[in-house]
Each structure stands twice: as structure tokens, then as C-alpha cells.
Design a protein. Structure first.
Ligand code: SP5
Ligand code: ZN
Length: 386
């Protein structure tokens, strides 16, 4: 199995985050990536790690062109300049971290065109929803590299299988992760939505066809992937805005029937406001969204039962590619999660996913128990050895 990574993904290394009222060392550390890579390399017959820079490849197209299939140009431009603007305005040289957020109750929010003229402090809150996404001097480079890793892996999958082709598995060792990032929004350690950009990239390869081919995203991180697909917050709060209103975050695939999203995640846990079973999509995208909120303390058997249900829906959808947002923060000892999955459950998860028989791209999301995360990722992937 080919594993893609990029050393630039190690650059993003904020010294702290603000979590549940405490100032804590940054959970989403570069060491995570190194531990997973090491666990995979321990069996070189199964795993082949590649250092790939998407931009320098023969494909030759600028990475940001693909990012713009998902994220707004304004957001990209903000992230690329935010640290420098922040420091120039006399604020901390450690990182950009918001002071205020444009809370839904403060709407009407400034229009998109107003935002560029706001102070760096206002912009920091406008483009971010929590205090776990400090933008340091190196953050933008790492976030770009992380998307590049997902794109390189997606390109490999397209070459090796093609849509509806033979089952192949590839793994994108992405860091920072992506599934909490929306069109113009960072949060939950995520800046660009790696899996979403990979999905649009794969669809763009068949743009000559009248219809985009179908992609399924299976999200097995402990947390709901609010960025990938969710009801925009302003609509949840029943504010007087339409889902097409450019002032609100248009969470990426919510109205898109060509991308099925299916997520298993904890109920009543971060990010709290999204991930209910009642979120089924909107407009043409209605019924292309399946949420499986699971209670605290969920164990192997209940988890696998829900996963089997989720994969049944994916089978019916018959996607050309399967993209898996894979996190192992569902493990019993994970410091950010409250599920009780055992190590052997990750082998079972890998088998259930493999049973779908699809060309499959795994994209790394969360997992914070340093002693086990490498082996747990490896267990998921081992079913896809070649
Ligand atoms: C990619 C990813 O896994 N991002 C997750 C970020 C979640 N960080 C906040 C965790 C909040 C933990 N507080 C839980 C209190 C009740 N259990
Ligand atoms: Zn997570």
C-alpha cells in the first residue's frame, strides 16, 4: 500500500491551545505524524512511504487551484497573510488566535467584501470557530503541504484504479487534519479540508463527462466532520438567512448529491452544534448525508454495527471512489474522546471498509493517544496490503 507524506507537514507546531478553559500543550503535534509513519514503516513489505510534492510533479498544476474548488479565494488569501498582518499590527509573535467571534446572534454579519477591510483581530474571529487553530509563522506552509499529500494520494488512486475500478488502497498521512474546516472557516486543528479537496480533484478528472462521478466520504473520526458536510450554523439557529446566502459558511457538500457523506461520531461532544441524524442535506443534496451519533462509552460491537449500517448506505450509493476520513480518537484511552474501542476493533473496521470493494483513499484526521495511535492506524490499513 502506498503511503504519502510530506516533511513540511511537521512545520506547524503551535506551543499551546486553549481547551475547556485551560492553556494546554498543543495536542495535534508533529510527533503524531512521525509516530504513525514509524508504525507503518515497521513493516516495509506492506507499506511504501513516499515523499511527494504535488506541485513539483509532472501534473504541474498549482495546488491552490484545487484548494479553490472547495475554499473561498478570500479565505486562502487570509490564511496566507494572517500571521504577518497580525505581527505587523503589534499583536503576539507566537500566533494568531481570535479575541472575538461573529456570533450568530450578532448577525447580520459583515458581507464578504467588507471582511478584507476589518482589523486583523476581527478577521481572526471571522475565519475561525474555536481556540485550537493558532496560525503561526509556519502554519500556512504545513496546511498547503497537507492538501498536497491528499492530492498526491488521490492522483495515485486515480492512476491505479480509476472510478469504479479494482480495489486499491492509498493512505494520505495528512497533518494538519481537515474535516472540521469549512469553505471559509478553520477550527478543530483543521485549516483546509483535505478530504474535500481530494474529492473535488477526483471529480475534476472526469469533468468532460456531463455528470460528476459519485464519491462517498466515510468519516470515522470520533468528532463530527462539520466542515465536510453539515447544516450551516446560521440555519440551525433559525436566523433569517437562506443557505445560499454568501454571508454564512456553506459547509462544503451540504447541498451536493454527488458526494455522499456518512459519519460515525460522539453525540453531545465537540463540535457540539452539528452532526444530528436530522441533518440529511438540503435541496438536491437531500438524503446524501447520514449521521450516526453514538453515545459516550460506545464499545466495539455497537460501533461495528453502526459502521455496517453506514457501509450499506454507501454500497447502495455505488460511488466511483470511497474516501475515508480516518481518526483513531475513538480508542479507549484517547485523551480527546470518550469511546471505548479496543485495538482489535481497528482490524474489524478495516475489514468492513475493505468489504465494500471500492478504490479507497484514507485521509488521516484525529487520534491523540501517542502510545497507540500508530498501531491503531496500521490495523485499519493492514487489510489493504498488497
Ligand atoms: C481532527 C480532530 O480530531 N479535531 C478535534 C478537535 C477537538 N478538540 C476539542 C476537544 C474537546 C474536549 N472536551 C471534551 C469534554 C467532554 N468530554
Ligand atoms: Zn477527532
Amino acid at each position: 500500500m502506498k503511503v504519502f507524506w510530506d516533511p513540511d507537514c511537521l512545520l506547524h507546531d503551535p506551543p499551546y491551545e486553549i481547551l475547556s478553559g485551560d492553556k494546554l500543550p498543543y495536542f495535534e503535534s508533529p510527533a503524531r505524524l512521525q509516530l504513525v509513519k514509524k508504525a507503518l514503516e515497521r513493516n516495509p513489505l506492506l507499506f511504501e512511504c513516499e515523499v511527494v510534492s504535488f506541485e513539483s510533479s509532472s501534473h504541474g498544476r498549482d495546488i491552490t487551484r484545487y484548494i479553490e474548488l472547495v475554499h473561498s479565494r478570500e479565505y486562502l488569501s487570509y490564511l496566507s497573510n494572517a500571521y504577518d498582518e497580525w505581527v505587523r499590527s503589534g499583536a503576539s509573535t507566537v500566533a494568531v488566535l481570535p479575541e472575538t467571534f461573529p456570533h450568530p446572534k450578532l448577525l447580520p454579519a459583515p458581507t464578504q467584501t467588507d471582511v478584507g477591510s476589518l482589523s486583523p483581530f476581527a478577521q481572526a474571529g471571522y475565519y475561525c470557530f474555536d481556540l485550537s487553530c493558532p496560525i503561526t509563522k509556519t502554519t500556512y506552509s504545513s496546511a498547503i503541504a497537507s492538501v498536497g499529500v491528499a492530492l498526491s494520494a488521490a492522483r495515485e488512486l486515480a492512476a491505479a484504479s480509476g472510478p469504479h475500478g479494482p480495489q486499491t488502497g492509498v493512505f494520505a498521512l495528512c497533518r494538519p487534519p481537515g474535516h472540521h474546516a469549512g469553505t471559509s472557516l478553520c477550527g478543530g486543528y483543521c485549516f483546509f479540508n483535505n478530504v474535500a479537496v481530494a474529492a473535488r480533484f477526483l471529480q475534476s478528472l472526469s469533468s468532460a463527462r456531463a455528470e460528476r462521478h459519485r464519491i462517498a466520504i466515510l468519516d470515522i473520526d470520533y468528532h463530527h466532520g462539520n466542515g465536510s458536510k453539515s447544516l450551516p450554523l446560521a440555519l440551525r439557529f433559525s436566523l433569517q438567512v437562506k443557505h445560499t446566502d454568501s454571508r454564512i459558511a456553506q459547509e462544503i457538500f451540504y447541498s451536493d448529491p454527488s458526494v455522499l457523506y456518512s459519519s460515525l461520531h460522539a453525540v453531545d461532544d465537540y463540535p457540539y452544534f452539528t452532526g444530528a441524524v436530522t441533518e440529511k442535506g438540503v435541496g438536491e443534496g437531500m438524503n446524501a448525508n447520514f449521521n450516526y451519533p453514538l453515545p459516550r462509552g460506545t464499545e466495539d460491537s455497537d460501533y461495528c454495527a453502526a459502521l455496517l449500517e453506514a457501509t450499506e448506505n454507501i454500497r447502495k450509493f455505488d460511488p466511483g471512489y470511497l474516501l475515508v476520513s480516518v481518526g483513531v480518537d475513538t480508542f479507549s484511552n484517547d485523551p480527546q474522546g470518550d469511546f471505548k474501542l479496543s485495538h482489535s476493533c481497528y482490524t474489524a473496521i478495516g475489514e468492513i471498509i475493505a468489504d465494500l470493494g471500492k478504490p479507497t483513499l484514507f485521509v488521516m484526521e484525529g487520534g491523540y493517544h501517542m502510545e497507540t495511535l500508530g498501531e491503531n492506524f496500521r490495523a485499519v490499513l493492514e487489510e489493504f496490503q498488497e
